[in-house]
Design a protein around this ligand. Structure first.
Ligand code: EPU
Length: 418
């Protein structure tokens, strides 16, 4: 199992390019199942989760052709197998995203139930209920979701709570259903809009994309499309925070600034100096870090996917702060590891009370999930001494070459094979 060794205390400087969004690329790759032709996708990040999604579609009979470094052509027009097996789903919950497309296009799907996860229970009941409302016959047998239907029918579906992959699954299913589907309380994350735009280029009729009420008029088939994945706003936020925790100065390139409003607001409140152009952000933070209270929320609120990273900023601040996690019930596992590095944090259910200690000390720590690992990397960059982070396979799921990107910014980061 690989580890990361970070010698902290160095201010980062220079420029970094942000990769394509993991959480946009995954559903967009799954959407190729809906096409009767082929789908060309550019700006696909090189990540373990993306490789897992590709492997999953390949086991079903899809073919992938490289069209350049970050570009793939997918043909999924003649799938001969409709199973998402446990061994793939357990490594990546987003495998559930094939359920809606398989049912809509092939009338059958067998997808392993994802089960529990390091950040919470993460049920998929809303995906299943929505598809049942659209006429699917769904049984849960032997740990699998067994679904079949002649043709899905349009339905009115209300999602509570708002679910990102639930919205993606149902939106994809509705594109080939008979009649109109209304999705109320839909997710409006940029990744959902990016997926919706891809489906629209394939010929889907989707109204209200990016609003809480979506209206999808099913069509008989979807065709060819050429689509670009948006930049990863969570990777961008992680590098912006990295500049601040190391009191450095960075230019973060290839970003969508309009996707980062809540993040930029928090960074400014913490004392960062920020300026931006069309697709880059310049950031620096000199002097004391100010503590920031925040609560995670669905987009356009503060993303749960940056909660752990912002916690590191608060740990290094002068003063106290309060962080409330509202999306997942168990997404504060990084607190225990940060405490081992000298952080002073008290937990009360889903609220973290952080006492700014201004500095951290290096320690051996263990990554528990993707964003917790990113937080530990940030803590390691800020801490005096040598931090060793174990189980970094979590970080490779969602950050493309993070060690190399940090190295180019002056960080002393080394990947160790243990
Ligand atoms: N929920 C239900 N029932 C459902 C679905 C969701 O109760 O059927 C609940 C969840 O338990 C959770 C809340 O709804 O409390 C929101 O979960 P959501 O379904 O939106 O999460 P997700 O779609 O499984 C995606 C991202 C996550 C990100 C969340 C929230 C992908 C592949 N994953 O997960 O990304 O944290 O939305 O924004 O898009 C990450 O990248 O590190 C990551 C975990």
């Amino acid at each position: 199992m690989q580890k990361l060794k970070i010698k902290g205390g160095i201010s980062l400087s220079g420029e970094v390019d942000i990769s394509g969004s993991k959480n946009a690329a995954l559903p967009i790759i799954a959407s190729s199942i809906l096409s009767s032709s082929c789908l060309k996708i550019s700006n696909i990040p090189k990540l373990h989760d993306v490789s897992t999604m590709i492997e999953l579609l390949e086991t079903m009979g899809a073919s992938f052709t490289n069209q350049g470094d970050y570009c793939l052509k997918i043909e999924a027009n003649n799938l001969n197998n409709h199973i998402a097996p446990y061994h793939l789903v357990k490594t990546m919950r987003a495998s559930i995203l094939v359920l809606g497309p398989l049912l809509a296009r092939y009338g059958k799907a067998r997808v392993s139930l994802p089960g529990g996860c390091a950040i919470g229970a993460r049920p998929v009941n809303l995906h299943i209920d929505g598809l049942r409302k659209m006429g699917a016959d769904i049984q849960i047998k032997e740990g699998y979701i067994d679904a079949k239907v002649n043709r899905l029918k349009g339905a009115k579906i209300f999602l509570n709570p708002i679910t990102v992959t639930g919205t993606a699954n149902l939106m994809m299913a509705a594109t080939l259903a008979e009649g109109k589907t209304i999705i109320e309380n839909a997710a409006i994350e940029p990744e959902i809009v990016n997926l919706g735009e891809c489906l629209q280029s394939m010929g889907a009729k989707i109204g209200g994309l990016g609003t809480r009420v979506m209206s999808i008029e099913g069509v008989d088939y979807l065709g060819e499309a050429d689509h670009e994945v948006i930049p990863d706003r969570i990777e961008a936020a992680t590098f912006l925070i990295a500049a601040c925790v190391t009191k450095g100065s960075l230019r973060v390139n290839r970003v969508r600034i309009d996707h980062l409003d809540s993040v930029i607001d928090l960074l400014k409140r913490a004392g960062a100096t920020i300026s931006f152009d069309e697709n880059h952000i310049d950031i620096s933070l000199k002097g004391a870090i100010k503590p920031i209270d925040f609560t995670t929320n669905p987009y356009p609120g503060v993303p749960t996917d940056v909660q752990a990273q912002f916690m590191v900023l608060n740990v290094l601040a002068e003063g106290d702060s309060k962080i409330i996690e509202t999306i997942f019930e168990n997404r504060l596992m990084h607190v225990l590891e940060l405490q081992r590095m000298g952080a002073s944090i008290n937990l009360d259910k889903n609220t973290a009370y952080v006492k700014g200690v201004r500095k951290l000390s290096a320690a051996p720590v263990m990554a528990t999930d993707l964003r917790a690992s990113a937080a530990l990397v940030l803590a390691g960059l800020a801490a005096k001494g040598e931090t060793i982070i174990d189980r970094i396979y979590h970080i490779d799921r969602g950050y493309e070459e993070i060690d190399q990107k940090l190295f180019q910014l002056g960080a002393k980061v080394l990947r160790l094979d243990s």
